[in-house]
Design a protein around this ligand. Structure first.
Ligand code: ARG
Length: 438
């Protein structure tokens, strides 16, 4: 019972590749330290390679091992005899697991970067298709000002750009080799740790053995980057859910990305988007679990740290799956430009254009804002859109109004006027698409 409670093999078996990679490099370093002869190191290396082949073909590791490190060592000794027992000279599972985890994080960061890039590309492709599609931009979920659908989609490309930066940053700080730190005090054998680090493709070796075996802040950093990815995906998901509902009618999902109801034949549910939104909570939980594992731990290694893996693996798996399904949603969603345009025209979202126009005619903005507000109230009372108020009606509100006003009261001119850097004018959005492609 206690054994089962303490065993980590069912979880950390996933680290077998990293564990073998680390051990092969370590065997080479032991030759440099005078512990192994070149022939012994070669024999160990061949043994480790054949264990990798066994794992690749699905062969189970010896029964009863506590963790992946013990299991691979046991199998090595089964295969090559007592020589296998020399591999662990000057090494501890404490520096070994810290190494495996950093190798895993490095690879996970790469996979996340690719998945984020693919989603950015999917969004950019859809943005380019919709450079002429106008929808209401919202604040407080109220129709506010018209924007291009391309501009809306590119907002997510920006979020994902920062996400990629955070993932890279986490990987950059994880890029140190702890191997040679031993259990906590540093190995008692003269290993060339810098060379070992380079051999494993790390930028450098860690500087303090106590820190190296007990620090997991690189796991926290990656999980925190993935949590923000999920938070961003949950926002996009919420929009997909809203937009595909009848109240918006802005988009439709292909059948392959929606699911039916077991009871209501009319339903086409955006379940994939809803589940991405829900799993954001799960990944946030992984991050919090990891933070709580580290909190209050005295130096150096403590067994608490074994709990790092479930949180890390789950966060990375969930993040990658959510990115993949969101990319399919973005690829497959069909937008409804006519519904978007009707909504943009329907919400008095050109009121700011009227105020800006009056301001350009010399009226202080605060006053122009009041006049345009009165115009909106009159139009609502008359049951017509703002652009259908007559010139005479405008002039009763403000004598500076002239026929030029009406040129500003179109969706196209409202978009065109927002040509400031970062604005929704087509020229700016085209620039943003070029940047996104580069
Ligand atoms: N399974 C352990 C972990 O994942 C490996 C290190 C165990 N070290 C020890 N001294 N018991 O953290």
């Amino acid at each position: 019972m206690a054994d089962a409670f303490m065993r980590s093999l069912p979880v950390d078996v996933r680290l077998w590749r990293e564990d073998i990679q680390g051990s092969r490099a370590y065997a080479r370093a032991l030759v440099g330290a005078g512990v192994l002869t070149a022939t012994e190191a070669e024999q160990i290396d061949r043994g480790l390679q054949s264990i990798a082949e066994e794992m690749e073909s699905g062969r189970a590791l010896p029964e009863g091992s506590e963790d992946i490190h013990m299991a691979i060592e046991a199998r090595l000794i089964e295969k090559i005899g007592p020589l296998g027992g020399k591999l662990h000279t000057g090494r501890s599972r404490n520096d070994q697991v810290a190494l495996d985890l950093r190798l895993y994080v490095r690879d996970a960061a790469d996979r996340l970067d690719h998945a984020l890039n693919r989603l950015q590309q999917a969004l950019t492709v859809r943005a380019e298709e919709h450079l002429d599609t106008i929808l209401p931009g919202y604040t407080h979920t109220q129709r506010a000002q018209p924007v291009l659908l391309a501009h809306h989609l590119l907002a997510y490309v920006e979020m994902l750009r920062r996400d990629r930066g955070r993932v890279k940053d986490a990987a950059r700080r994880a890029d140190e080799s702890p191997l040679g730190s031993g259990a906590l005090a540093g190995s008692g054998f003269p290993l060339d740790r810098e060379r070992l680090a380079r051999d494993l493709g790390f930028a450098r070796a860690t500087a303090n053995s106590l820190d190296a075996v007990s620090d997991r802040d690189f796991v926290v950093e990656l999980l925190s980057a993935v949590t923000l990815v999920m938070i961003h995906l949950s926002r996009l998901s919420a929009e997909i859910v809203a937009w595909t509902g009848a109240e918006y009618g802005f988009a439709e999902l292909p059948d392959s990305l929606a699911s039916g109801s077991s009871m209501m034949p009319n339903k086409k549910n955006p379940c994939a988007a809803e589940l991405v939104r829900a799993r954001t909570g799960r990944v946030t939980g992984d991050l919090v679990a990891m933070l709580m594992v580290i909190k209050g731990l005295p130096l150096a290694y403590n067994r608490d740290l074994q709990e790092d893996k479930e949180a890390l693996f789950d966060g990375v798996d969930t993040g990658l799956a959510a990115l993949e399904v969101t990319t399919s949603l973005v690829d497959g969603i069909r937008f409804n430009p006519a519904a978007m345009r009707a909504a943009a025209l329907g919400g008095y979202s050109l009121a700011t254009e009227a105020a800006d126009y009056l301001t350009r005619r010399g009226i202080p903005f605060r006053e122009a804002h009041r006049i345009a507000g009165q115009a909106v109230a009159q139009a609502i009372a008359a049951g017509k859109p703002l652009e259908e108020l007559s010139l005479a009606e405008w002039q009763r509100l403000s004598p500076v109004a002239d026929a030029g006003l009406f040129e500003h009261l179109t969706l196209e001119s409202a978009i065109k006027a927002r040509a400031v850097l970062g604005g929704t004018a087509r020229s700016r959005v085209e620039e943003a698409i070029e940047r996104a492609k580069a």
